[in-house]
Ligand binder design. Structure first.
Ligand SMILES: [Zn+2]
Length: 230
């Protein structure tokens, strides 16, 4: 955990993880940048917005544009979410390997750096899936959708459980507790979600208030998933 390497300065880290690459990510990135917060964006390469060369029509117009992701997510991290978002527990090993390695390959080409993390599509994983990933891919951490409700360090990075979802009713209490913590060992506040779930002005405002509460603290390291987990 890189925060351990930084432990002489800080023992606390905040990171975010957002899935699916919907267009609302553009607004989310702008908000995170204003508060100097760092996020990992888990993308499905088959569903990125692309223009059909012949007809000039846009495919997947509700998603971020393939040729813009490098610039859009600059300073953040792009990670794997498989090509087409299948539940990995329901497909064969060779298909799992393809879904992850092909997605990472395309994202690497678009972003210009190696992809080392992922989020499980539909939150689905089991021991078989984790074994296949561990033995056949370059993935070093994989996020579940199981809220741990905790800031404690986790050893099993291929079954990494976030602290909570963006809409958790206790998220402000968690944020207050985290800001007040003075830990002697590394603690991480890890929030996950989808930008399209901010489907009302109130939800955007609530999330911005959370960002304001967590940002700008001298004793917190703000990093992407790879920066805080690896
Ligand atoms: Zn997803």
């Amino acid at each position: 955990m890189e925060t351990q390497g930084r432990a002489s300065r800080v023992n606390k880290a905040v990171t975010f993880s957002f899935d699916d690459g919907q267009m609302e990510d553009v607004r989310l990135v702008d908000l995170l940048n204003r508060y100097r917060l760092k996020c990992t964006f888990n993308l499905n390469s088959a569903y990125l917005c692309r223009e059909d060369a012949l007809t000039k029509t846009l495919h997947h117009a509700d998603r971020v544009k393939a040729d813009e992701i490098k610039a859009l997510y600059k300073g953040h991290e792009v990670a794997c979410h498989t090509c087409t978002h299948p539940s990995l527990t329901e497909i064969a090993a060779d298909e799992i390997i393809y879904q992850i390695n092909r997605d990472a390959e395309i994202l690497e080409e678009l972003c210009g750096y190696a992809i080392c993390g992922m989020a499980y599509p539909n939150g689905r994983f089991d021991d078989r899936v984790v074994g296949v990933i561990s033995e056949n891919t370059a993935i070093r951490y994989a996020r579940t959708t199981v809220s741990a409700g905790s800031f404690d360090r986790q050893e099993d990075l291929l079954r990494f459980h976030p602290t909570c979802h963006q809409e958790n009713k206790d998220i402000f209490a968690l944020a207050d507790a985290f800001v007040q913590l003075q830990p002697t060992e590394p603690k991480l506040f890890y929030i996950w979600g989808h930008s399209y779930e901010f489907n009302s002005p109130e939800k955007w405002e609530r999330f911005e208030a959370l960002c304001a509460k967590l940002s700008g603290k001298k004793d917190i390291f703000y990093g992407t998933n790879r920066e805080v987990l690896l």
